[in-house]
Design a protein around this ligand. Structure first.
Ligand SMILES: *Cc1c(COP(=O)(O)O)cnc(C)c1O
Length: 234
């Protein structure tokens, strides 16, 4: 039987080729698009294998699991992105150990992260999650409340508001996928017209990252297309 990690270089090459093809279609440079490997539920050896293939950004959702990997790979110059749901009682470890947070949707969580960010570290980079379809099962701020939250987060001293993130409803039709991503981009553009300085659109996963790139994604969050189907959580 093939070990899963033996497929990794091939899968990574295929994902990079698809990113490059989508960027070319959009007349964009691939250098504008960060590949975030969403490594939740993957063993640390898989991450090590990706590091050797020049992947430097990893996304994790479950803190207990993430901390073991952060410790194991602490000697490497990696960027760690927290992409899970944020709970107030777990903010300290995120503020201390991660470089990015993608699911920010409440001011009191943002205030805790800012207060808990160690002084020797650069500001924690954050994206506000927008719940475009206002789905009850998902996190994110409704579009109507985005402006107020963004202005408040931008004043917090130890956070740096980089952009917006979304997890839109699953759509198989690329035109419908693109319509969601276009909405997130428009929200970002509106904030920037009002004086914001948001340079990041964290949008697109394994099933829809090409549509996201066509609509301006600067960071795609990819799990199963890189690693294969996720193992069940222990
Ligand atoms: C798991 C996850 C991903 C990756 O999903 P795939 O469909 O496996 O690519 C991306 N973003 C978030 C927030 C996730 O939780």
């Amino acid at each position: 039987m093939l070990r899963a990690s033996q497929n990794l270089p091939l899968r990574l090459r295929a994902v990079r080729e698809r990113i490059a093809a989508a960027a070319a279609r959009a007349n964009r440079s691939v250098s504008e698009i960060t590949l975030l490997a969403v490594s939740k539920a993957q063993p640390v050896d898989m991450l090590r294998a990706l590091v050797s293939l020049e992947v430097h950004d990893f996304g994790e959702s479950y803190l207990n699991e993430a901390v073991g990997k952060l410790d194991a790979l602490a000697a490497l110059p990696l960027s760690w992105h927290f992409v899970g749901r944020l709970q107030a009682n777990k903010t300290r470890i995120i503020a201390e150990r991660f470089q990015w947070v993608h699911g920010l949707d409440r001011l009191h969580i943002a205030e805790r992260l800012s207060a808990q960010r160690p002084f020797h570290a650069p500001p924690l980079q954050v994206c506000i999650q927008v719940n475009l379809a206002e789905e009850a099962s998902k996190g994110g701020v409704p579009p109507s409340e985005l402006g107020e939250l963004a202005r408040a987060v931008a004043t917090l001293p130890r956070l740096r508001l980089r952009g917006l993130m979304c997890l839109p409803p699953a759509e198989s039709d690329p035109a419908r996928q693109r319509a969601w991503f276009a909405r997130l981009r428009a929200l970002r553009d509106t904030l920037n017209e009002q004086g914001g300085r948001l340079d990041t659109l964290s949008m697109g996963m394994s099933a829809d990252f090409e549509s996201a790139i066509l609509e301006g994604a600067t960071l795609v969050r990819i799990g199963s297309a890189l690693f294969g189907p996720r193992p069940a959580r222990a």
